[in-house]
Write a protein that binds this ligand. Structure first.
Ligand SMILES: Nc1ncnc2c1ncn2[C@@H]1O[C@H](COP(=O)(O)OP(=O)(O)O)[C@@H](O)[C@H]1O
Ligand SMILES: Cc1ncc(COP(=O)(O)OP(=O)(O)O)c(N)n1
Length: 267
């Protein structure tokens, strides 16, 4: 069985972060492992508190895994502060880790700053050069490049700038666009459009986490990079289509829809 690691924050309500990543890994039939960077007190209504895990404990978690287990792909999510980012980058280089998916998590849908403002440049300088693929949403692409994005032309411009920062592929997500939820993949020479209908639901908590974990799972399973992204896009679209309401706010996506369908079980 292929083994995939998520390096990310914990979401107490289970819709995003480490919890969404591990559910996505299971649904893809890969073995999931986790290095926790921060613990958040969070629910469908928002993020209420964050405690960062010490860089030393992050290093110890990474060493515990890489000293013992071969890792087929890594997904990086919430990294919060400069010291966390530097510790992760150092360990990934030490163990010559490949197949790295970086989701540059900055602000939650509820508006909470999950990446400290002074840590943005460190993420760009330390993690983007190590990334096989980076998956910013529109606001993250704007923050990374300093470009205001209002059109496809500007998405392409931002992708080109981000590609020069080091990742082999750039996927700018269109979840926050008006109209269709179309994503754009750039490999340094050409663009691939990944279209999807916009699903009318308020329950999109953890969509970015889920998509990046699905890409990491597919890469680990040996799909080509473009195929990994295309299949992940199908996965997130199905997971959003069957998302559901828990709590009073933005509910989570449904990771086990295909399994439920096969088994005849209902939610
Ligand atoms: N309402 C929706 N209908 C269909 N796809 C969506 C919807 N919202 C988000 N997506 C898709 O979910 C994935 C995550 O995108 P996005 O929500 O922009 O990321 P983030 O969670 O990082 O803000 C993308 O593939 C995006 O196109
Ligand atoms: C612990 C943690 N990590 C990441 C996020 C952001 O998740 P994302 O999929 O980008 O979208 P929302 O959850 O903000 O809808 C998070 N909330 N918590």
């Amino acid at each position: 069985m292929k083994k995939v690691l998520t390096i990310a924050g914990s979401d107490s309500c289970g819709g995003a972060g480490i919890q969404a990543d591990l559910k996505t890994f299971s649904a893809h039939g890969v073995y999931g492992m986790s290095v926790i960077t921060a613990v958040t007190a969070q629910n469908t209504k928002g993020v209420f508190a964050v405690q960062d895990i010490s860089p030393l404990l992050i290093i110890q978690q990474l060493e515990a895994i890489f000293d013992d287990i071969t890792v087929d792909a890594v997904k990086i999510g919430m990294v919060s502060q400069i010291e966390t980012i530097e510790a992760i980058a150092k360990q990934l280089k030490k163990y010559s880790v490949n197949n790295i998916v970086v989701d540059p998590v900055m602000i939650s849908k509820s508006g909470y700053h999950l990446l400290q403002s002074d840590a943005k440049n460190s993420l760009i300088m330390n993690l983007l050069p190590l990334a096989t693929i980076v998956t910013p949403n529109l606001m993250e692409a704007e923050a990374i490049t300093g470009i205001k994005i209002n059109s496809l032309k500007e998405i392409k411009e931002a992708s080109t700038i981000i590609h020069k920062m080091g990742p082999k592929y750039v996927l700018v997500k269109g979840g926050h666009l008006e109209g269709e939820a179309t994503d754009l993949l750039y490999d340094g020479s050409s663009f691939m459009v990944l279209p999807s209908e916009r699903i009318k639901t308020k329950n999109t908590h953890g969509t970015g986490c889920t998509l990046s974990s699905a890409i990491a799972s597919n890469i680990a399973k040996g799909l080509g990079f473009t195929e990994s992204v295309k299949e992940a896009k199908k996965y997130i679209t199905t997971a959003i289509k069957h998302s559901f309401s828990i709590g009073k706010g933005v509910g989570p996506t449904h990771h086990f829809y295909e399994l439920y369908k096969k088994s005849g079980l209902n939610l």
